[in-house]
Every structure is written in structure tokens, then in C-alpha cells.
Ligand binder design. Structure first.
Ligand code: FAD
Length: 342
């Protein structure tokens, strides 16, 4: 099949169907034609709701959504979007994102494919769409030690690498031996952990726009019973300390780092303690509320909108700044446009 001519870069950038239905039809046709070589283009969904794909359960629609089933499909989707100058947004388990009520423009690629393999010596490789819980179950049941404490962490390997997931002082990047990245130019490279830019809640892909395709993790030998016990202990800790019954995206803010940020004397260095100290536990905007169980969690009730969550985040930041002089930095990733009315 001949690739279609790309849509003229001079076209207006908006793809809002109410404002530019003609351009949207053209892009839809071209996108399906470009993807046709790699997958059945009928799998590309148009104007699809994102709220059910996120743990916050709020937000609008994606112009286009693809549930990818292989690295080849991801690469083809990114290439096609690039040709058409469409923005691409990556989505794993949707457990660390807030999607705007106006939705996300362009193509959303969701990682659905999952393969895990032992890759000697002493490592396992998981593709980006594998859930962390699935990876923990896989390693624990084979007596491979290292990942068991991550039991109960929502989301996928891709999302965990992107944000360098953390739990009780440990960072997932500490276990990583290599990551497979798809670059914006379409090349795939194997990157060592030293070159991943891992830090607390940080990795290089947050700035580079690279796509995590897989990650390798160091594992050792362990007894299945011991590993299960450790995994259960993590799950118990989460049940005890986190509001797991209501939709949320986990911790909303990063904990301030006293090594990077001057904290006023007496200010706690946990975001939850700062929010609690500012008297915000239980504070609500619309159907979004600061959790009573853990003040760094915002939970949503049915009918909540992304703008409620966003307004509550802004409120927490303003009140903590006023009370403690500490500027909280969101850990949650905002997808789509947010403004005063978003
Ligand atoms: C109840 C609860 C408890 C939580 N506990 C923890 C915890 O203990 N520790 C912790 O760190 N987090 C925690 N979180 C937050 C969340 O689970 C983690 O941040 C998780 O790693 C996000 O993974 P995800 O696949 O859901 O990513 P998403 O939310 O889908 O995406 C997050 C970011 O990663 C990007 N991304 C996703 N996939 C890829 C990819 N393949 N390549 C490049 N970028 C990609 C997205 O574009 C987005 O910017 C919790 C969340 C909930 C709801």
C-alpha cells in the first residue's frame, strides 16, 4: 500500500471535532492507511473515553486510541503519528495520570502486550505492558528474588520505569540492569541504568519523549515461601496505610527532598504530613477529596471531574505554601489541557 501524503503542516493544529471535522476526517483516513501495514486499522478507536483506563476514573476522550499488542505496533504507531504531526501520548495502567476533562489530542498508545522471560545471568526481562503485579507473581512463583516488595504497586513496567516508581525508600531503578528505548527518530537502543537518569520520581524518558519497550531487572535465588511472605507483607502495608477502596492515583505530590530544596525549620519532609499539617485532610472540591487515610492521596467519588481534582491539587499547593513555605511538586502526570475551566 502506498503511504498517504502527510497532512499539510500548514493545517490548523486543532483536532477538536466540533471545530475542525474536515481535518479530523483527513487525519483519520491517513492514520489508518499508515497503520495498515502493521495492524488491522479497525483496532484504532476514535474519540474513545479514557476515564475507565485510569485509576482516577475521570477525564475526557482520546482523539485516537490504540491498544498496542507488540513492539512493532508501538513503533508503527509512533512513526505514523510523527508523519502526520500528531501528538502521541503513552498510557500504561493509567495509575499515575490525571486526564483533563477536555481529553487528549492526537494518538494515545496504550501498552497491552506483556511478555516476561528469564534472561541469564540473573535477570528477567519484561515488556512495557506487563503489570508490576504480574511481574511480581511471575518471579515469586519461580523462586526469583528481588521484586517481591513491589507487590500491590498498580501500573505497568513502562510507567514504573518512566516515573522510577518508589516504595518505602526503594526505587525500582535500583533493580534495573537495562532498558529498551524507542527513540523519537524510530531507533531502538539498549540503555544501561547509569544512563537512564534515574532519580526519585525521575527518569530520562520524562524529558526525552522516548518510549520504554522493555526493562531487565536483577533477580537472585530465593525460597518461594519467603518471597510470598514478603509480597504479602507489602500488600498488608498498603492496605493499612492507603485508601484502596476509592479511585485515586496514589500519591499526588513528590515528597520534598531536603538535599535539593531548603525546607523551613520544623516543616515535615513528607508531602502527606505537610498536607495534613495544613489542615487539608477531608477537604473536598466537587466530588474529589483529600483522603482521611493518607493525606497525599486524592480520592474521587462517582461524578467527579478532572477539574475538581486539579482544583484540589492547586488548593493543597497554595495552603501548604502558605502554612509551611514549601512548594509541593505534583507526582501525578497531567495529560491534556488544563486551564481555569478544564
Ligand atoms: C493505589 C495506588 C498506589 C500507588 N502506590 C505507588 C507506590 O507505592 N509507588 C509509586 O511509585 N507509585 C505508586 N502509585 C502510582 C503508580 O502506580 C505508579 O506511578 C506506576 O508506576 C504508574 O504506572 P502506569 O503504567 O500506571 O503509568 P501511567 O499512569 O499510565 O503513566 C504514567 C507516566 O508514564 C508514561 N508512560 C507509561 N508507559 C510508558 C512507556 N512504555 N514508555 C514511556 N513512558 C510511559 C505516561 O506517558 C505517563 O507520563 C500508586 C497508584 C495507586 C492508584
Amino acid at each position: 500500500m502506498r503511504a498517504p501524503e502527510p497532512v499539510s503542516p500548514a493545517s490548523p493544529p486543532t483536532l477538536d471535532p466540533r471545530r475542525n471535522a474536515g481535518r479530523r476526517r483527513d487525519v483519520d483516513r491517513d492514520l489508518r492507511a499508515l497503520l495498515g501495514a502493521a495492524l488491522d486499522p479497525r483496532r484504532l478507536r476514535c474519540d474513545d473515553p479514557l476515564a475507565p483506563l485510569t485509576t482516577f476514573q475521570v477525564g475526557g476522550r482520546a482523539d485516537w486510541l490504540l491498544d498496542s499488542r507488540s513492539e512493532r505496533e508501538v513503533a508503527a504507531a509512533v512513526r505514523a503519528a510523527r508523519t502526520l504531526e500528531l501528538p502521541v501520548t503513552l498510557l500504561g495502567g493509567g495509575s499515575n495520570v490525571l486526564v483533563s476533562d477536555a481529553g487528549v489530542r492526537g494518538l494515545v498508545v496504550r501498552f497491552r502486550h506483556g511478555e516476561i522471560a528469564a534472561t541469564p545471568p540473573g535477570t528477567v526481562r519484561a515488556t512495557a505492558g506487563v503489570t508490576l503485579n504480574g511481574l511480581v507473581r511471575w518471579t515469586v512463583s519461580r523462586g526469583l528474588a528481588g521484586l517481591e516488595a513491589w507487590a500491590g504497586t498498580p501500573g505497568t513496567v513502562g510507567g514504573a520505569i518512566c516515573g522510577n516508581a518508589h516504595f518505602r525508600g526503594r526505587l525500582i531503578g535500583e533493580l534495573v540492569t537495562a532498558v529498551g528505548l524507542l527513540g523519537p527518530e524510530g531507533g531502538i537502543r539498549r540503555v544501561s541504568p547509569e544512563r537512564m537518569g534515574f532519580g526519585y520520581d525521575r527518569s530520562r524518558v520524562q524529558e526525552s519523549g522516548e518510549v520504554v519497550l522493555w526493562a531487565e531487572f536483577a533477580v537472585g535465588a530465593g525460597k518461594v515461601a519467603d518471597l510470598r511472605a514478603e509480597a504479602r507483607s507489602s500488600l498488608r502495608f498498603r492496605k493499612r496505610t492507603q485508601p484502596l477502596a476509592a479511585p485515586s492515583a496514589g500519591c499526588v505530590f513528590r515528597n520534598p527532598d531536603p538535599r535539593r530544596q531548603d525546607l523551613p525549620a520544623g516543616a515535615p519532609c513528607a508531602a502527606g504530613a505537610l498536607i495534613d499539617g495544613a489542615g487539608l485532610k477531608g477537604r473536598a472540591v466537587g466530588a474529589a477529596r483529600v483522603s482521611h487515610v493518607h493525606a497525599n492521596f486524592i480520592v474521587t467519588d462517582p461524578g467527579a471531574r478532572a477539574r475538581d481534582v486539579r482544583a484540589l491539587i492547586d488548593r493543597c499547593r497554595a495552603d501548604v505554601e502558605a502554612r509551611f513555605g514549601v512548594t509541593l511538586v505534583p507526582e501525578v502526570v497531567f495529560l491534556g489541557e488544563f486551564d481555569a475551566t478544564a
